[in-house]
Design a protein around this ligand. Structure first.
Ligand code: KG4
Ligand code: ZN
Length: 339
């Protein structure tokens, strides 16, 4: 069995060919980072137009690298939820058109389930049941994952996503986009104890995150209270930037790791899978490893290339294919979070 998986939920145009044995025959990711950089975040219209330009070349090259043609495939899979509407539509229309032209069946991918499946792909063994944590630019979610496509939402952010907070704080500090890697780099030379930023919701029993107050606390720290509206960018020394970055990163890590531990306790599971761009953060990964060793969990955090958006994680479609769960050709996108 060979499946072509397509991913265009946000700002990466990606495709991969995977087999029924979960072997990756080829994988490509065309990043749009340089297009969105000067805006400090993903601009939806620019993202969808870039997908339109890239989708066919990416699919062509992915098939070519696998040494396959469309007729060698058994199905075409595409992420249709959640994500940016315009971005999702490009991948979905491409997949449907290929299905209509070839007669191949269509398989729908839930992008968030796919992020957890990236852990399955990296581990090379079953990881379910597990607690799934997805921390990206758009989501900070905790799931009870009884199987690859059997997810129950345990909690989510009530405002900004963790990656969004990294991006916004990086912009406050004058660091380049995407903010996560910039803050991680700046934080290496900083003192994480220099500022005591809040850890919202950490003492609360509810499995929820809140990062917008933390971002505001950083703003106040930089420009002082009561001046937010007419604030001018402040000149910070390199050391001051590093200290704020390190203190902010430490606060986010405490929140994420604290809630992950609560979710493990509540479910009684012994396996934790983490995915999404923020899972690429080195100190966060180190903290999770410490916690896993202390609590005796099995921890799966994929390599960096499988944390950020990619189509290899679309191999979750193999599970749906085997279960005979095909999608109709009038399949729509579902941009919002599917609970
Ligand atoms: O999963 P992803 O590639 O795209 C979606 O949002 O779906 O995640 C991107 C997010 C961005 O907000 C970026 O700043 C963050 O992941 N990120 C990081 C790191 N690398 C990427 N955040 C913290 N530390 C990193 N090393
Ligand atoms: Zn994602």
């Amino acid at each position: 069995m060979k499946l072509l998986c397509i991913e265009t939920t946000c700002d990466e145009t990606a495709a991969a060919v995977v087999t029924g044995e979960l072997e990756v025959l080829s994988s490509m990711v065309a990043s749009q980072e340089n297009l969105h950089e000067r805006f400090g975040g993903v601009v939806p219209e620019i993202a969808s137009r870039a997908h339109v330009e890239r989708i066919l070349p990416v699919i062509d090259q992915t098939l070519e690298r696998a040494g396959l043609g469309l007729t060698d495939l058994d199905a075409i899979a595409v992420a249709n939820t959640p994500g940016l509407s315009g971005s999702l539509l490009v991948g979905l229309v491409a997949a449907k058109t290929l299905c209509a032209a070839t007669g191949l069946p269509l398989v729908a991918i839930n992008h968030l389930q796919a992020h957890v499946y990236a852990c399955r792909m990296a581990a090379g063994e079953d990881v379910f049941p597990c607690v799934g944590m997805i921390v990206s630019g758009g989501h900070s979610n905790l799931y009870r994952c009884d199987g690859p496509t059997d997810f129950t939402l345990l909690g989510a952010t009530i405002d900004d996503a963790a990656g969004e907070a990294f991006d916004k704080v990086a912009s406050l500090l004058g660091l380049p986009y995407p903010g996560g890697p910039s803050i991680q780099k700046a934080a290496e030379r900083g003192d994480p104890k220099r500022h005591r930023f809040p850890r919202p919701m950490l003492k609360d029993d509810r499995l929820a995150f809140s990062f917008s107050g933390l971002k505001t606390a950083v703003r106040y720290q930089l420009i002082g209270p009561g001046k937010l509206d007419d604030a001018q960018p402040v000149e910070l020394t390199e050391q001051e930037v590093a200290d704020v970055a390190a203190s902010f990163q430490a606060a986010v890590i405490d929140c994420l790791a604290g809630k992950a531990e609560q979710a493990m306790r509540q479910t009684g599971f012994d396996t934790m899978c983490v995915g999404g761009g923020v899972a690429a953060n080195g100190p966060f990964r180190a903290r999770l490893e410490e916690d896993a060793a202390r609590c005796g969990w099995r921890l799966h955090v994929p390599p960096l290339s499988l944390c950020t958006d990619n189509a290899v994680m679309g191999a979750i479609a193999v599970e749906r294919f085997r279960a005979g769960k095909f999608a109709p050709l009038d399949l729509d996108i579902a941009p919002g979070l599917e609970r």
